[in-house]
Ligand binder design. Structure first.
Ligand code: AMP
Length: 430
């Protein structure tokens, strides 16, 4: 006994009033992904911690402070997946998918875990759908990925979306930029908080991820822009990405301060934001990661992907989705009014289900009045009533819940009769 156990902060129960919206969203995601030729991949809930340290980067917020890491009984350090790109790339390498085709298009719909400070739109266990296209370095691949992300997000949130686009160039060219960034920030080092000081020392690009408003103000005033420091090849690539998006009429804005909070990005980065979300305004984020496959021990193959947050999309789309997506109504409430009817009612319920009807059978042995009230409450389209008389005669009473009409029908006519009520053939009379 004692107090009931409560769920921890930052996780959610998704109740039946909402699960049908999730299923609708999942169904759309699977359908749209397949129209783009992407195939689903599922990876384990946990991975060796090393995968994320090597893949995502030690200085990132995710690895530095948000991972759920534990040691198993064999002394191995494991981590609940805090993002999906590193696991998908690990699976791609381990299963030699590169040997099967020169390009691999994968998508996922999965749950992840980050020990963040919970707030609206920021959870500790949440869901993402996303894609990884592994194989092509060319801008049209970037355009396809961004268009797919935009397409999917717009299906749920048709208005107010912005694609924020940037190019952070290649790491080989980044040295000069990072040197300048460090020089500009050095005079302010003493004013930075400890984490940002550490970022300045080890990986100054990560200063852009800072949640400290003073650091953000300094960046705004002093930081050189990374997109001004990329090579001419990277610039050409970026221009082609922009031209492709224009051709597809995907609206975008160049956002020179957007670097995304993970170390593996190269060239194109992007986010899709919604004005309706407040501080946590990103619905989707992605970019190119041309070195990650090799960095994780695989072949030298370029790639690009994105991930979108299911909870945030539902937060923005929730009310309008609720209006659009209705639950299938219950067809039949099967009321059982006598002891003799219990066994035959179980059989009738199974027969009707096998014929494709949704059926709820009374199992509380309530009074006739209470059962009919329940049929009403459950919004069943018909009540099938079985009492002593009906069992004797081999019949059931069928009550239409829309107009209250009642009719007694033979058991072997039940499905046909219900069909007539529930799926009436439209009249051809004018
Ligand atoms: P990221 O993997 O951080 O690039 O995030 C991609 C998307 O996942 C974001 O744009 C959000 O929609 C969603 N997301 C990220 N972190 C959280 C979180 N803690 N809670 C809910 N959604 C999140």
């Amino acid at each position: 006994m004692g107090e009931p156990v409560k769920r921890i902060r930052g996780v959610r129960d998704i109740l039946p009033e909402e699960t049908h919206l999730w299923r609708f969203m999942e169904w759309i995601v699977h359908a749209v992904m397949s129209t783009y030729g992407y195939q689903e991949i599922r990876t384990p809930a946990f991975e060796p911690t090393e995968l994320f340290v090597r893949g995502v980067g030690l200085e990132t917020d995710i690895v530095h402070k948000e991972m759920y890491t534990f040691t198993d009984k064999g002394g191995k350090s494991l981590t609940l997946k805090p993002e999906l790109t590193a696991p998908v790339v690990r699976a791609y390498i381990q299963n030699h998918l590169d040997r099967e085709a020169p390009i691999t298009r994968l998508y996922y719909l999965d749950e992840l875990y980050r020990q963040e400070r919970p707030q609206k739109g920021r959870l500790r266990q949440f869901n993402q759908f996303g894609v990884e296209a592994i194989g092509s370095p060319h801008p049209e691949q970037d355009v396809e990925i961004i268009a797919l992300a935009y397409d999917l997000c717009s299906l749920f949130v048709p208005q107010g979306l912005t694609v924020r686009l940037n190019s952070i160039g290649s790491p080989e060219q980044r040295g000069e930029y990072l040197k300048q960034l460090r020089e500009v920030f050095q005079p302010y080092a003493a004013d930075l908080d400890q984490l940002d000081r550490q970022r300045l020392k080890n990986n100054p690009l990560r200063l852009f991820d800072s949640k400290n408003p003073e650091t953000q103000a300094l960046l705004e005033q002093h930081a050189p822009l990374i997109s001004d420091h990329i090579s001419s090849e990277d610039r050409q690539h970026y221009e082609e990405v922009q031209a492709g998006l224009k051709a597809l009429e995907v609206p975008f804005e160049h956002d020179p301060r957007q670097v995304r909070g993970l170390d593996y990005y190269t060239r194109t980065t992007f986010e899709i934001t919604s004005g309706k979300l407040g501080a946590q305004d990103a619905l989707c984020g992605g970019g190119r990661y041309d070195n990650l496959v090799q960095q994780l021990g695989g072949p030298d193959i370029p790639a690009i992907g994105f991930a979108a947050g299911v909870e945030r999309l539902l937060l923005v789309a929730g009310e309008s989705l609720k209006e659009k997506v209705t639950l299938r109504k219950l067809d039949v409430y099967l009321a059982v009014l006598a002891e003799e009817a219990r066994a035959p009612a179980l059989v009738r319920a199974q027969e009707l289900r096998a014929a494709g009807y949704t059926v709820i059978l009374e199992t509380l042995r309530r009074s006739a009045k209470a059962q009919l009230r329940e049929a009403n409450r459950s919004e069943a389209r018909a009540a099938v009533i079985m009492g002593e008389e009906e069992v004797k005669k081999g019949t059931c009473t069928v009550k239409r819940m829309d107009n209250g009409e009642q009719e007694e029908v033979a058991v072997d006519q039940l499905a046909t009769h219900l069909d007539g009520i529930l799926h009436p053939v439209p009249s051809t009379d004018k």
